[in-house]
Design a protein around this ligand. Structure first.
Ligand SMILES: *[C@@H]1O[C@H](CO)[C@@H](O)[C@H](O)[C@H]1NC(C)=O
Ligand SMILES: *[C@@H]1O[C@H](CO)[C@@H](O)[C@H](O)[C@H]1NC(C)=O
Ligand SMILES: *[C@@H]1O[C@H](CO)[C@@H](O)[C@H](O)[C@H]1NC(C)=O
Length: 306
């Protein structure tokens, strides 16, 4: 009798530890997948940019599935589309692609590079699923930009042309629908025009109407990590990387996220998230997207992806 009891306890212990081991093994073999979205003039897969990032993540997290978003049928189209394909259409496509990818069905972490940061926030707000867990925005422009000092890989002449279009007619509907950078152009001297006509940024920021779905979906994030490059000379103003911007009506004085109407009126649930400690504000004393591998491993991969 005594013996049997011990045996039962032992068997129970064995089953339990097997289950524990099994779950540990499953966990180890199924790390949370990572989705990447590149910036302007870049592509999913260049070996010197996101190809390299993908490799680093795969080395640091064995067996992780990393998907780097490509818009178009090849890398050339991908680069072109980062200037000329309507972001709303891009996000709709990405929603479908993520939903179709069975590797992502239990959720994923996301890292957006520059404009990819606000695009992935659009994905978090608009796509019904699968669920995004942590969203890391590296130099993203969450309150838009007012200026385009650098056009990435565009030729000088074309860049000048794009800049002129943005300065003079960013809110014309044919410009809005055709130029990606117009879709997050935020002119603080024309706040009303911006709110009414911006087909992408003003929409995902709930500027004109509060879309409760966006608010609810964003709240589902475990963490929103906003990385600002303190010496950024590509993004104007760089405070937009932390959701700050110019105070409305002028273009010199700045305000933080916490000082903005968006936050005070909690139109997007950011106040709620901030008070719950779900928004992490990181900064690096460097120019746009200039971080080294050690920083990326320590501050991003090991803090948010493993
Ligand atoms: C998702 O899968 C369905 C069914 O296989 C297919 O019809 C659809 O085109 C796919 N969508 C995307 C965006 O890949
Ligand atoms: C809110 O966003 C969802 C998802 O994009 C959309 O289907 C819905 O029409 C929007 N609602 C409003 C009131 O704009
Ligand atoms: C970078 O930005 C920081 C914070 O604004 C500033 O203190 C520092 O002097 C800047 N460094 C350079 C090299 O411009």
């Amino acid at each position: 009798m005594y013996n049997l009891k011990i045996k039962i306890v032992f068997v129970f212990f064995l089953i339990n530890s097997c289950q524990y081991l099994l779950s540990a093994v499953t966990l180890k073999n199924n790390p949370t997948p990572v989705v990447l979205w590149h910036g302007m003039g870049d592509s999913c897969c260049f070996s010197f940019s996101l190809g390299q990032i993908k490799k680093i993540i795969e080395e640091e997290i064995p067996d992780v599935y990393v998907k780097s978003i490509r818009i178009g049928n090849n890398v050339i189209e991908d680069v072109e589309n980062s200037y000329f394909k309507n972001v709303n259409e891009q996000i709709e496509e990405v929603c479908g692609e993520l939903a179709n990818d069975t590797s992502l069905k239990n959720g994923f972490n996301a890292i957006g590079f520059s404009q990819g940061g606000q695009f992935l926030r659009g994905v978090a707000e608009r796509c019904p699923g699968p669920g995004m867990k942590n969203l890391i925005s590296l130099g993203g422009q969450h309150q838009g930009v007012y200026g385009l000092p650098n056009c990435g890989s565009l030729e000088h002449k074309v860049c000048d042309y794009l800049r002129r279009i943005l300065n003079h007619g960013a809110y014309l509907s044919f410009v809005q629908n055709r130029f990606v950078q117009a879709e997050y152009w935020h002119d603080p001297l024309k706040e009303d025009e911006y709110k009414k006509n911006s087909v992408f940024l003003a929409d995902i920021n709930n500027e004109l109407v509060v879309n409760e779905t966006y608010k609810e979906n964003l709240q589902r994030l475990e963490t929103l990590v906003l990385v600002k490059f303190e010496n950024d000379t590509m993004v104007q103003p760089r405070e937009t990387e932390w959701f700050g911007f110019y105070k409305p009506g002028q273009s010199t004085e700045l305000q933080t996220l916490q000082e903005s109407d968006l936050y005070v009126q909690d139109r997007l649930g950011l106040k709620q998230m901030d008070e719950a400690g779900k928004i992490h504000f990181l900064s690096i004393p460097a120019n746009h997207l200039q971080f080294d591998e050690d920083w990326f491993k320590e501050q991003i991969i090991h803090k948010y992806l493993v």
